[in-house]
Design a protein around this ligand. Structure first.
Ligand code: 5AD
Ligand code: SF4
Length: 447
């Protein structure tokens, strides 16, 4: 990994990332690996020596976007044959997608998967030596590779993987097929990584896993996510702890108690519900009922006052009737979410639901989707009303894209806040008094 590319001028790389936080963090690792072998990052794709697309497969849109962009790269490669093009990420874990790349996008030079990013330097060398397309995908049951760092996007907040893969096989979801079986990192390794981040000035960490609530299940000894939170809460310098994603079926009382007790764990819980209908939840293989879910939310709200609850919802899962959909609307009204990611069900070949006969027509999906948003948005707004005239602590993240005098940051509850200020506040936690509220943002001034 420490072999320098034999070249006088540093080579440049450009990464485009599609999809979720796991992919974003993988790209931070890829960037670290490349910089270790002498590459430097560039925003100018056309002038770079190496282009990497880190792909997503979770919905069809994500996949189509990648094919569209790859098509556009064909001309670039024709003009500049020395540019190396690599594709990795979830899409490349599917043989079908690899075949499409090999047959229709022969300007791609390197194909690798989600479990072997540490091999990238070798793959680059192999391509240099042979000039032939290099494909490297590893089968499951791999060891966790611990000696990869990450070039993190921010210097004050960081993602930390605590586990990889997923064992849940929700019937709509491709992730268990692309990221393999669940495997937890050893707690010492996670704690060491967070201590190292704290020593470098990081204030906020987000613990990542497809289902953090089952953290520890694959370790040889008894260890739980709640216990991990307790250990991380002790680390000096870290001020905020976040985590995602949680599966309701594994949300324990032990975790709720830990959340209530630990001062650094933020008052925000992202708890994907997917549907409010018991029939659909069963067909999705989610292993909880709407009653179980509502009960968990009630417990969380009781244990952690002012907690923000957010979720993921899929509309138009095969067989979803108007009645089922109304159950989702009803649940949304009952839980009163602070925010939600909403998705149209997307057929993913290879999953159980893809073969279900009763797929929902697109127009019905879209109509329900709109009704869901019409129900959610006023609730988001109402949940923000109590913030008016309150002082909140905001971790300042960046300058607003629209106005260079405006900063944006987040409350502990995950609310996006805009306020006037200079950019030297980025990375600091400041007090902001809220004077205007909207459905998706809060506005205020620094006090
Ligand atoms: N169609 C639509 N949404 C999906 N998700 C996962 N698979 C699909 C699919 N096939 C959504 C789920 C999950 C989020 C990350 O993506 O809501 O929680
Ligand atoms: Fe997909 Fe379900 Fe695993 Fe989440 S828990 S990654 S939705 S299979």
């Amino acid at each position: 990994m420490n072999k320098k590319i034999d070249n006088k001028e540093a080579k440049t790389y450009f990464i485009r990332t599609y999809g979720c936080q796991a992919n974003e963090h993988d790209s931070e690792k890829i960037s670290w690996i490349l910089e270790n072998i002498g590459y430097v990052s560039t925003d100018n794709m056309e002038e770079s020596d190496l282009i990497i697309y880190n792909t997503c497969l979770v919905r069809e849109n994500a996949e189509l976007k990648v094919y569209g962009q790859l098509g556009a790269l064909k001309n670039l490669k024709r003009r500049k044959p020395d540019i190396m093009i690599a594709i990795c990420g979830c899409m490349m874990e599917r043989e079908e997608a690899r075949e499409v790349i090999l047959s229709k996008y022969d300007h791609v030079d390197i194909i690798f998967g989600t479990k072997n990013i540490h091999k990238l330097p070798q793959l680059i060398n192999r391509y240099y030596q042979t000039g032939k397309t290099v494909i490297d995908i590893v089968e499951d049951d791999r060891e966790i590779i611990e000696d990869i760092g990450a070039n993190r996007k921010y210097s004050f907040k960081a993602y930390v993987d605590i586990m990889y893969g997923c064992n849940n096989f929700c019937t709509y979801c491709i992730v268990p097929y692309t990221r393999g079986r669940e495997k937890s990192r050893e707690p010492e390794n996670i704690i060491d990584e967070v201590k190292d981040l704290a020593s470098k000035g990081y204030k906020e960490i987000t613990l990542l896993g497809q289902n953090v609530n089952s953290y520890g299940n694959t370790l040889d000894y008894n260890y739980t996510f709640a216990k991990l939170l307790r250990e991380i809460n002790k680390i000096d310098g870290i001020e905020r702890i976040r985590f995602m994603t949680s599966h309701p079926k594994d949300l324990s009382d032990e975790l709720i108690t830990a959340m209530a007790e630990l001062d650094k764990v933020c008052e925000h819980f992202h708890l994907p519900v997917q549907s409010g209908s018991n029939r659909i939840l069963k067909a999705m293989n989610r292993k909880y009922t709407r009653e179980d879910y509502i009960n968990l939310v009630d417990k969380l709200k009781k244990a952690v006052p002012d907690i923000a609850i957010t979720t993921d919802i899929i509309v138009g899962f095969p067989g979803e009737t108007e009645e089922d959909f109304k159950e989702t609307l009803d649940l949304v009204e009952r839980v009163r979410y602070d925010s939600a990611f909403t998705f149209l069900y997307s057929i993913r070949e290879g999953t159980y639901a893809a073969n279900m006969k009763n797929q929902i027509p697109d127009d019905v999906k879209h109509e329900r989707f709109q009704r869901l948003l019409d129900t959610l948005y006023p609730i988001f707004y109402e949940n923000n009303i109590p913030y008016k005239d309150k002082v909140v602590d905001v971790l300042v993240e960046e300058v607003s894209k629209n106005d260079e005098n405006v900063l944006s940051g987040r409350t502990r509850t995950g609310k996006l806040v805009h306020f006037q200020g200079s950019k030297d506040l980025i990375g600091k936690i400041v007090d902001v008094k809220i004077d205007e509220i909207k459905s998706f943002t809060l506005e205020g001034y620094k006090i």
